[in-house]
Write a protein that binds this ligand. Sequence first.
Ligand SMILES: Nc1ncnc2c1ncn2[C@@H]1O[C@H](COP(=O)(O)O)[C@@H](O)[C@H]1OP(=O)(O)O
Ligand SMILES: [Mg+2]
Ligand SMILES: [Mg+2]
Ligand SMILES: [Mg+2]
Length: 308
Amino acid sequence: MASSSSLVLRIIASSVTAANRAGKIIRDILTAGDLGIVEKGKNDLQTEADRAAQRCIVASLSRQYPNLNIIGEEEQTSNVEVPSDWVVTDCEQSVLLNECPPEYQQIPEEDIVVWVDPLDGTSEFTQGLLEHVTVLIGVAVKGKAIGGVIHQPYYNYKSNSNSFGRTIWGLIGLGVEGLVLQAAPLGTFIVTTTRSHSNTLVTSALDALHPDEVLRVGGAGYKVLLLIEGKAHAYVFASAGCKKWDTCAPEAILNAIGGKLTNLSGVPYSYDKDVQFPNSGGVLATAKGIDHDDIISKIPQNIKEALK
Ligand SMILES: Nc1ncnc2c1ncn2[C@@H]1O[C@H](COP(=O)(O)O)[C@@H](O)[C@H]1OP(=O)(O)O
Ligand SMILES: [Mg+2]
Ligand SMILES: [Mg+2]
Ligand SMILES: [Mg+2]
């Protein structure tokens, strides 16, 4: 089989196209002005943009890969018709120009699970903090996050240029495309964490690490981008609030450039189709070159216990 036609690479290529389409749907809904906000739970909102973006992504991927396991954040009623112009079935050709790493060349469809967060950073989206919003599509093989797409529909939107938004994709063994990798500054320790889901446990984990600076921003996707672009050294979230669709794509992309994401005890998450959705052990993600285990050792035991 030619490497360019490996299923994993084609799914990533299709996910880039679908994420871009979803980003356009998100922008159009915000421009139209009716967000249709629903409260799913405490401090947990859903908008028409979340719902529409998910329908676009799931319909687009399942049209191309009818037997693929796709798990999305939002509940979806299958009998509602998806507008035909939301269904995109072409692959991003620049992805297919790459050689698929040998270990992923022969993966059958049933071993793959795709985790979809159609809009990460919903709280920030409703408050106009648009740079924090991402569309996340993660690809897991046998429970491991191996590839993914982070699309940022409002990247650079404050600049006067007409071309804003960007799409980052990556695959372990191949690397990451769509941004410039940068190391965070030496001699200081910058941590990024939640701005909308904080509590005493979240704060005490941060306190224990004595960071020089804390960047409180929205979304798991956006925080991992801060790590990759050298704005922060670690992402620390001592809460069970993140779910598998929040971390699958960011973890894979971070991993592809030598970073790491685990729970706060250092245990990796499984992305099998049968797993529990919550990342109940919290999230620690570290940039390339940062001593992940050293940070784990500084998280107090009572916080680790509370998150088990
Ligand atoms: N308590 C929570 N309830 C629901 N979603 C949460 C919670 N905590 C985190 N999340 C999800 O994880 C993302 C990262 O968390 P935070 O922004 O607080 O750092 C959030 O944007 C949200 O994803 P989403 O916006 O897709 O619902
Ligand atoms: Mg949500
Ligand atoms: Mg999310
Ligand atoms: Mg979401």
